[in-house]
Unconditional design. Sequence first.
Length: 318
Amino acid sequence: MRVSKRIISYQISGESILIINTLTGAVDIINPQVYQLLRGDFLPENPQIDPEIIATLIKRGYLITNEDREEQVLGHITEAYAKTQKRLTFVLCPTYSCNLKCTYCFEGELTYDHSFMEKKDIDFVFAAIDELRRTHANRKHTITLFGGEPLLPKTKPLISKILDEASKRSLPIRIVTNGTHLGHFTKELNINKSLIKSCQVTLDGPKSIHDSRRKSTTGKGTFDLTCLAVDRLLDLQIKTTIRINADLQNIDSIPTLFEFARLKGWIDNPLINFMISPVLDHSCKKSYAYFVPEDELVGRLLQVTKENPYLEKFLELG
């Protein structure tokens, strides 16, 4: 029995190793004893491991019983991918301006640019979209509104026009917003809610943590406004992703945030899902004090979920 050569691993704690099968997509956490078993090229005779674990390792593709199996799986994946309808997403940024000054923002000084699209720019954008849809007719087409912050009071006429043009073409829309001005757009969102597939807002922890990281440009915390935005989206029956940008500053406060979400009635709401995403050093300047390598972050998250097992079914890593 051979050990797959398509395994990568990360030590995330003294007793836990994260392993990934890059062919099957399997992701698992194992102990050092099982890890030692997988370090060689072949499974030793009579390994001192529970047979159920061996069976699981085979099922997950870490152990190979048939020499041709991996090539067959690769062939099936390649064939399936070729048949899959690819997505073509048009990302529209009405402005790079933002009303927040988040401590870890990867866009930096770009958000100080207070220029905005004009309505004629949107005409040009949709002319380009129409051409790209013709030349990529076999793809699934979607629009994502991004920024800066796309939902600012000044962008309201632009957003209305974008939604109108998207509606004419039956183009689904996803919106990434900080939510602080979402109340200005309730009418537009309600009219077009069949078109809007989801909105993503960010809550980085309980109020004290969130407000220390995601402040307005005037220095005020935004936790209350963000929560109000989530409630408004749920009232409109719009699917909502609550993203948690995780690093050393807030990883341990996630259970407190989920307790708050439970009290709000968000946990059991089918319109809501939660996503944890690591704060990344896009600038490569190492200027943010709370950056943590992703494998270490997974280790910390594993510890948090061990201490709070109910979190496992709610968390999605992004």
